[in-house]
Design a protein around this ligand. Sequence first.
Ligand code: ACO
Length: 371
Amino acid sequence: MASVTGLEGVIAAYTEIGLVDGELGHLVYRGYPAQELAVSKSFEETAFLLWHGRFPQEDELTALKKRMSHYRNLPDYICRILELLPASIPVMSALQTAVAALAEAEGSAWPPSLAQAERLTAMLPTMIAYRARRIAGLPALQPDANLDHAANYLYMLNGRKPERSHAKALEAYLILGMEHGMNASTFASRVIVSTQSDMCAAVSGAIGAMKGPLHGGAPYEVIAMLESIGSKSNAEPWMRNVLDNGGRLMGFGHRIYKTKDPRAQALRAVTMELTGDDPSFDLAIYVEDTAIRLLEEYKPGRRLFTNVEFYAAAIMRAINLSPDLFTPTFTAGRTVGWTAHLLEQAAINRIFRPESIYIGTMPSMLDNDLN
Ligand code: ACO
């Protein structure tokens, strides 16, 4: 039974979109190392690559940017949904609701289209900013068509044009979070679209999977952990206490990576550029080193290293995003990967229908049939 839980090692699809090599620590998008894309390409160029399998020509990139800046504007009824949901509803749940409702505007035609992928990707940051400002009691802002995707997101949250270094750091993070093979949310979205349900339903379902603390909810927990640790001297006793009580250190461990997560390493470099002198960065490095040592002591042979969420949290704090926006921001990047997978799934579709082995009791009337 143990091998069945979590579908570990089960092949669910052939894909040309991304490779995750957990033994060697490689993450490849359509033939290119993700770490290189994060520092050399824009959000829009990388999204184009994931959707089309090649980089855009200059005119194609200009056209994509223009379309996406146009698509940032939300239909009125989606704004009303984001306003009317009670403030106690977390941003991820509000997003899930709004994206599901977007099917009304997008239609439920099958197969899903590339234009829908572009629209959903363009709208997600607007939805997040709209909802975040509503909860904060601030007026909503219109998108700025002169800003690229990442910079516009920060503008719509904060109401001022972001520093270039902040927009670039966020862009690198969004790129590194775009795609990651058959992770829980991507798998969930492919399962939904395999029923010939629409792209909005599939992305809404993926957001539901992403929300969990074992998946996209982890960066929030990382910040809580770092804040609770507070100082270098408290790091080891704090983490020993967690591990002695059977708890988990957030931002460490991964189902696939049994070596350093390449995204964590790339983000560490980006974070260092932003906050090299900041004591919180110094503490994060110290906690990382101590955690890896302790995990080897407490969980020998499990090969637990830093995952992407650890430095994602550090980067988002450095650009002043509030912790409740960490998971939604990850979601905004991952929408590109989800939609690329949905287009791929639709092109070769066969409904997902695994089997289960019944291990419950049988009704006595069937005993004779089985004997
Ligand atoms: N802290 C302490 N122990 C851990 C951790 C951790 N962060 N991660 C795994 N372990 C231990 C488990 O307790 C288990 O020990 P055991 O063999 O004594 O029972 C062993 O390592 C294997 O753990 P599993 O739960 O089987 O590993 P799995 O592949 O199912 O889980 C996961 C991967 C969920 C990421 C896990 O490592 C974890 O919970 N990490 C903390 C949460 C986190 O950072 N999530 C973000 C992941 S990245 C992303 O989703 C984008």
